[in-house]
Write a protein that binds this ligand. Structure first.
Ligand code: ATP
Ligand code: MG
Ligand code: FE
Length: 347
């Protein structure tokens, strides 16, 4: 099979072509960072317009760089949610148009399933595996049982990890997007310089909380002398606090997972925050201590991309799980089976 993937749920307009025999043939990602930078965050209306103006060209580019013809495609997979609705609609409608005109199946992919399956683009990663999904809008620990079968072990009760990075950067004026900038500043800082809270570490479940940490960072910055040294120290201290929260919750999830499943045990970290090298190092240690093989997708597959959407699409195509042209765009769309059962189809 030859699947075209389309991604437009946040501020990356992306398209990729994945072949079941020859692997990833193209992977185009157009970032809108420049457009959103003046506002210090993603502006939904600007994002939607940028997707609109670029989507056709990006898709064309992905198909031509793959060296294939539209007529050779076996299916189109597009993110149908969750995300900013204007962007999701743009990509999904483009995919529906292609699906109808080429008379090939449409696959409406959950963006989070794309992140969840992203390790399978490059690594041997059979089900089941433990997944830490840390992105701009989500922070969850999931047992991935199979395609479309996700069991939530824990999730954030307030902000996502990526959101905490973005807000920390914004408070200190480190620039947009926040994650990479906080990481860069933290390199020159002392991670024990500022005492920050580690919410929920004593809890019996695997839930996260990052809102209190964000507030503490804002207060610490206000009370600091705001020099470059103070910024670097606070960035490093913040990153260390996030690392402690992620590793503590992950260790709990690993114990749960080990009780329920025979080895070998694999631990995947996916989503934009998985790009962070300090967090990676800590999570690798946690994995090793609990007998898990750590798997981190390459950096280009951590942040939003269409290769992971094509991967989810190809797996769904092979399982015969294709969608009709009625597939709705869903601004909210939980991944795990409990939440998916109780959530409305859209909204
Ligand atoms: P979601 O996937 O939940 O819908 P999203 O698609 O916006 O949200 P991603 O693109 O997967 O999220 O990830 C973006 C997030 O990752 C941002 O919050 C960004 O700050 C964070 N991020 C990117 N690079 C790094 C890094 N090096 N360190 C920490 N965070 C990072
Ligand atoms: Mg982005
Ligand atoms: Fe994402």
């Amino acid at each position: 099979g030859l699947v075209l993937g389309v991604e437009s749920s946040c501020d990356e307009t992306a398209a990729a072509v994945l072949c079941s025999e020859r692997g990833l043939l193209s992977n185009i990602v157009a970032s809108q960072d420049e457009a959103h930078r003046p506002f210090g965050g993603v502006v939904p209306e600007i994002a939607a317009r940028a997707h609109m103006s670029k989507i056709d060209t990006i898709i064309d580019q992905a198909v031509s760089e793959a060296g294939v013809d539209y007529a050779e495609l076996s299916a189109i997979a597009a993110t149908a949610g969750p995300g900013l609705i204007g962007g999701v609609i743009t990509g999904l409608m483009a995919a529906k148009g292609l699906s109808a005109s080429l008379d090939i199946p449409l696959i409406a992919v959950n963006h989070l399933e794309g992140h969840a399956l992203s390790p399978r683009l490059t690594d041997v990663c059979p089900f089941p595996y433990l997944l830490l999904l840390v992105s701009g809008g989500h922070s969850q620990l999931l047992a991935v049982h199979g395609l479309g079968d996700y069991e939530r072990l824990g999730s954030t009760i307030d902000d996502a990890a990526g959101e905490a990075f973005d807000k920390t950067a914004k408070v200190m004026g480190l620039g947009f997007p926040g994650g990479p900038n906080v990481e860069r500043w933290a390199k020159d800082g002392d991670d024990r310089a500022v005492r920050l809270p580690r919410p929920l570490l004593d809890r019996e479940n695997c839930d996260f909380s990052f809102a209190g940490l964000k507030t503490a960072v804002a207060r610490a910055y206000e009370n600091s002398d705001k020099t470059d040294r103070a910024k670097a120290d606070l960035a490093a201290s913040f990153q260390a606090a996030v690392a402690d929260c992620l590793t503590d919750r992950t260790a709990r999830a690993m114990r749960l997972f080990t009780e329920n499943y025979d080895g070998p045990h694999r631990f995947v970290v996916a989503g934009g925050v998985a790009a962070n090298q300090t967090l990676r190092a800590h999570l690798i240690d946690t994995a090793k201590a609990h007998g898990f093989t750590p798997i981190f997708p390459p950096l280009k597959f951590c942040g939003d991309n269409a290769a992971m959407i094509a991967q989810a699409g190809l797996e769904r195509l092979q399982a015969g799980r294709v969608d009709s042209l009625n597939a709705p765009a869903r601004p909210r769309w939980p991944l795990d089976r409990e939440a998916a059962r109780t959530a409305p189809a859209s909204g």
